[in-house]
Design a protein around this ligand. Structure first.
Ligand code: GRF
Length: 188
């Protein structure tokens, strides 16, 4: 699932890992809140099926659940999705909804902590390490159990932009690995 401003780079990384069989998963559909987001455009380019479900639409949560059922979804991956999911959706997929965050949670998470704001906060705190966290989604921002984390250095001369470039590359490696890890756990 991608958000209004999702660029879709994690989605493409996951799609490539599925297509090359680096991981034993398949993207059955990409859910986008609008049809002309960058993520939706990239999804079309790589031949993925898109479901456009505007979050302001009535019965949004029911429509999401109906979509997941129709596509027989096992795992839901959020990438650049900024809304909290309704508890009915979270409860329908216990420990099966993942989100990726561009820092080492539990630090630098919560409402309003996204993109530039996260990396600026990491630099302002003089952290020497940052990275990404893949965690289960709960009814609170960035608070679900952590599935895995990957670290990278923060250099003294980093700007939010240079740090973001390092972290996003780590995200592209880590999200497919996390999906594989979860899938193995679910099938043990
Ligand atoms: C990523 O940095 C992710 O950590 C955060 O939103 C961004 C999404 O990027 N949750 P993209 O849409 O996958 O390019």
């Amino acid at each position: 699932m991608t958000g209004l401003k999702g660029r879709g780079s994690n989605m493409v990384a996951i799609a490539k890992s599925c297509q090359s069989r680096a991981i034993g998963a398949e993207i059955v559909c990409v859910v986008s809140q609008i049809s002309n987001s960058e993520a939706a455009t990239r999804a079309r380019e790589v031949g993925l099926q898109i479901e456009v479900i505007p979050s302001k639409q009535e019965h949004y949560d029911e429509k999401l659940l109906e979509c997941f059922a129709r596509h027989q979804v096992d795992i839901i991956c959020l990438a650049g999705y900024m809304k909290l999911l309704h508890e009915s959706v979270v409860k329908a997929f216990p420990q099966r909804i993942l989100n990726i965050h561009p820092a080492l949670l539990p630090k630098f998470g919560g409402k309003g902590m996204y993109g530039h704001y996260v990396h600026q906060a990491v630099i302002d705190a003089h952290e020497t390490e940052s990275g990404c966290t893949i965690h289960f989604v709960s009814d609170k921002y960035d608070e679900g159990d952590i599935l895995c984390q990957r670290k990278c250095p923060v250099f003294p001369d980093d700007s939010p932009e240079t740090l973001a470039q390092r972290v996003i590359l780590l995200e592209h490696q880590s999200y497919p690995e996390a999906i594989q890890l979860l899938w193995k756990r679910l099938n043990q």
